[in-house]
Design a protein around this ligand. Structure first.
Ligand SMILES: C[S@@+](CC[C@H](N)C(=O)[O-])C[C@H]1O[C@@H](n2cnc3c(N)ncnc32)[C@H](O)[C@@H]1O
Length: 307
């Protein structure tokens, strides 16, 4: 589990000396689901993290009472939030934890570029979480819904905390919107229909996870059931108005490409052809060239404190 543990301290001369051959697959938790090849999603995850990143900063502003010495980012992906944690708490040892070594390598490269101190550790959830603690802050962004037993994994993470330590779980919020209701072609409301198809797909994904347990997704309730106190949720608006800058625009393109790939079968022919038109780089009404694209979403962070 720990054969690719390493530290990235922002010094390029020290960040390249740690890779051992790693035969571990990167389809943890989704062994039968090619839609979740996490390593192949590295660009999308990094763009998404960057596009949404203001919310991480706002959420961390809620934690100024902490002086954490050890921080874990569980399901860090390519490390956008982990690097933000490292920049916000420079005195802390921050460890990005993920099942995909390729994404941890991205996190390390990012830390090097930004000049922040970041350790990375490969671990598959839930089994690999034992022994990661103790920590003063455990952050987990949009990763726990990929574990079959969500209440079980919340309990495990709560158990990693020092007394007074905080668990911050990013789940829920609102789906991102970037398309105008009426695109000028196709049937209006395409994005709402994509969201509905995605919600069904999400339910199927959860039902098919190994050890899947149905639970009411009341995250503050789950934090309380794990023995944490002062459980509360805060929601942060992410608002990139039109015209979209290059980064959020590339995120919108890659997301739409993924929707085209994963949801196509559930859409009708009219919606599929609208998507094709949006994805055509040569089309002036396509996603690369329209001036009316915006990006609006809301991210919810659930906090709980160890007694
Ligand atoms: C949707 S991404 C979230 C990335 C980042 N935390 C964010 O907020 O943007 C989910 C991450 O969890 C990791 N992951 C999902 N299921 C996992 C499992 N069972 N074991 C280990 N890592 C897992 C994936 O590799 C991926 O990096």
């Amino acid at each position: 589990m720990t054969d690719n543990d390493h530290t990235h301290d922002g010094n390029p001369t020290q960040s390249g000396n740690h890779t051992h051959g790693h035969a571990h697959g990167h389809t943890h938790g989704h062994i039968h689901d090619p839609d979740f090849d996490w390593a192949a999603m590295a660009d999308l995850l990094e763009l998404e993290g960057e596009t949404h990143s203001p919310y991480v900063q706002q959420a961390l502003a809620e934690l100024t009472h902490l002086a954490p010495r050890r921080i874990l980012d569980i399901g860090s992906g390519p490390g956008v939030a982990a690097c933000r944690l490292a920049a916000t708490f420079p005195q802390a040892e921050v460890t990005a934890v993920d099942g995909a070594p390729e994404l941890l390598a991205r996190a390390g490269e990012r830390a090097g570029r930004l000049g922040v101190r970041l350790r990375t550790q490969q671990a598959d959830f839930p089994t690999g979480l034992a022994g990661l603690g103790p920590a003063d802050l455990v952050w987990s962004g949009q990763a726990l819904h990929h574990v079959g037993d969500q209440q079980g994994v919340v309990k495990q993470l709560a158990g990693l905390l020092e007394p007074g330590g905080v668990l911050a779980v990013v789940e829920g919020g609102l789906p991102a919107r970037w398309l105008p209701r009426d695109l000028g072609f196709g049937r209006p409301g395409l994005q709402e229909r994509l969201d509905a198809a995605q919600a069904d797909r999400f339910s199927r994904m959860r039902a098919e996870l190994p050890g899947s347990v149905a639970v009411v997704e009341d995250w503050p309730g789950m934090l309380r059931a794990a023995g944490l106190t002062d459980a509360r949720s805060r929601t942060f608006l992410v608002d990139h108005p039109a015209p979209l800058a290059d980064g959020p625009r590339r995120f919108a393109r890659q997301s739409l490409e993924r929707s085209r790939q994963t949801l196509a079968e559930t859409l009708n022919a009219e919606d599929r052809s609208a998507l094709d038109r949006l994805l055509d780089p040569a089309d002036p009404a396509g996603i690369d060239r329209r001036t009316d694209l915006f990006l609006l979403t809301a991210k919810t962070v659930h906090f709980g404190t160890a007694a």
